[in-house]
Design a protein around this ligand. Structure first.
Ligand SMILES: OC[C@@H]1[C@@H](O)[C@H](O)[C@@H](O)c2nc(CNc3ccccc3)cn21
Length: 453
């Protein structure tokens, strides 16, 4: 059990803390038709009229595929000791399974060697939403064969990189993949099939569980985890009804994933709420899904304040907009939500370790003037959330690392290039990267291992 770190002065982090920054393949790479890469569901979705802001696509993005060496220099300037990135499944297996594309593997091989040469530890996310379109054409995540295809993909990648990559994240945010991709249709593949939501969640968790032993076999002595977008749910009022509504939202967003991963099964109260939507599955799946993990990746941006609703079945929950500061995404700035989430995870699930795999904020940054980008609100966001993280460590949470989202401005999914999260500003005409004040500030925090003014 992790012990309180009262030895840490306020604002100071453990000497062995992992300091990183994070990206994802489809959001930064571009080069979507280069070196044998296959089509992904995000290629198809972003090229479908009306699906993304301004019709933006990841065709070019930040052109990281050709600029990766310069981008490693950007990381060195931040003094980070780790970099979280995702591998594009369609670069490795253009049809999703079967035929391997050697140039795709070669790209990530070069990237990993470049990172290691720079003293930066690679943390690899195997799936960050860019499913090969060929698998979607065979049913996509509602089809349990996709779970098996994911395990095969994990095998190919970890056989090639597993000797040098020792930190693996199977999936990024299965809730987003399932709910936005197959329930609301706001994300690729854009399907609006409520009845597919829970089967997709199950197949994603099964894919995760099938991949864990494969990764451990091919990448000996590695750390394996999963990244979840966890939303701390607060009752908007002090009524029993609002308390119950918060518990239902917590069940929907958090416990439906945490329980099968850490406690052996889906939460009973939510099985009753979801009723006939809960898919039938082999009980043996739960043993696969519950494969022991070395860390839980947490993406935190903002909490939710909710009240009971007579509508909105079956959750009967309504989000409440509370007073406060909001980012350009319309997300409440609430660092206490990170502290409360971390301490709750430690108390209720006791993961061996927790890593904040994403935290950051979008603001409407102005283009550089005399080489500077002033983003005081983003500095304040990071400072307040890192303070919350440090308080959680002092109080005994086994928080081992933090990855700022994101290294650079990039393709923000359905929002296209209209939202900027980067520590570096990207001019999408020239693709020039310019460090923002938040990047300069973060580099000082990382170098000193403590919060700085
Ligand atoms: O939106 C910022 C980032 C995004 O760029 C990452 O690719 C993704 O991993 C990510 N997840 C969240 C939090 N979860 C979420 C909630 C609603 C819609 C989309 C994402 C934020 N972000």
């Amino acid at each position: 059990m992790s012990q309180p770190r009262t030895d840490l002065a306020p604002g100071r982090f453990p000497a062995d803390f992992t300091w990183g920054t994070a990206t994802a393949a489809y959001q930064i790479e571009g080069a979507v038709r280069e070196d044998g890469r296959g089509v992904s569901i995000w290629d198809r979705f972003s090229h479908t009229p009306g699906k993304t802001h301004n019709g933006d696509t990841g065709d070019v993005a930040c052109d990281h595929y050709h600029r990766w060496q310069g981008d490693i220099e950007l990381m060195r300037r931040l003094h980070v000791n780790a970099y979280r990135f995702s591998i594009a499944w369609p670069r490795i297996l253009p049809e999703g399974w079967g035929r391997v594309n050697p140039p795709g593997l070669d790209f990530y091989d070069r990237l990993v060697d470049g990172l290691l040469a720079a003293g930066i530890t690679p943390w690899v996310t195997l799936y960050h939403w860019d499913l090969p379109q060929a698998l979607e054409d065979r049913g996509g995540w509602p089809n349990p064969d996709t779970s098996k295809a994911f395990a095969e993909y994990a095998d190919v990648v970890t056989r090639r990189l597993g000797d040098r990559v020792k930190h693996w994240i199977t999936l990024n945010e299965p809730w987003v993949v399932a709910f936005l991709g197959y329930f609301t249709g706001e994300h690729a593949p854009g399907r609006k099939e409520p009845e597919s939501y829970l089967p997709v969640v199950h197949n994603l968790l099964l894919a995760h569980g099938l991949a864990v032993p494969v990764i451990r076999e091919n990448s000996r002595d590695s750390q394996v985890g999963i990244t979840l977008n966890l939303t701390h749910a607060y009752p908007a009022g002090d009524s029993a009804e609002d308390e119950a509504a918060a518990k239902r939202l917590d069940g929907f967003m958090n416990r439906w994933f945490l329980d099968p991963l850490f406690t052996g099964g889906y939460p009973r109260d939510m099985i009753d709420v979801f009723g006939s939507w809960v898919p039938s599955f082999d009980e043996s799946d739960l043993g696969v899904i519950g494969a022991p993990l070395d860390f839980l990746g947490v993406n935190y941006y903002s909490p939710s304040f909710v009240q009971h609703s007579e509508g909105n079945p079956p959750l009967h929950v309504e989000q409440v907009r509370v007073d406060g500061e909001y980012t350009d995404m319309g997300w409440l700035v609430y660092p206490q939500g990170l502290y409360d989430l971390l301490t709750r995870l430690h108390r209720d699930y006791s993961p061996a370790a927790i890593v904040i795999t994403e935290n950051g904020a979008a603001y409407p940054d102005e283009p550089p003037v005399e080489g500077r980008v002033h983003d005081p609100k983003r500095v304040e966001y990071y400072a307040s959330h890192l303070d919350a993280a440090q308080r959680a460590i002092r109080d005994g949470v086994p928080l081992r690392g933090y990855f700022a989202w994101s290294l650079m401005d990039n393709f923000e999914w359905a929002f296209g290039y209209s939202k900027r999260f980067g520590l570096y500003y990207v001019d999408y005409e020239t693709l020039e990267r310019t460090i923002k004040d938040s990047g300069l500030w973060y580099s000082r925090v990382v170098a000193e291992g403590q919060l700085v003014p």
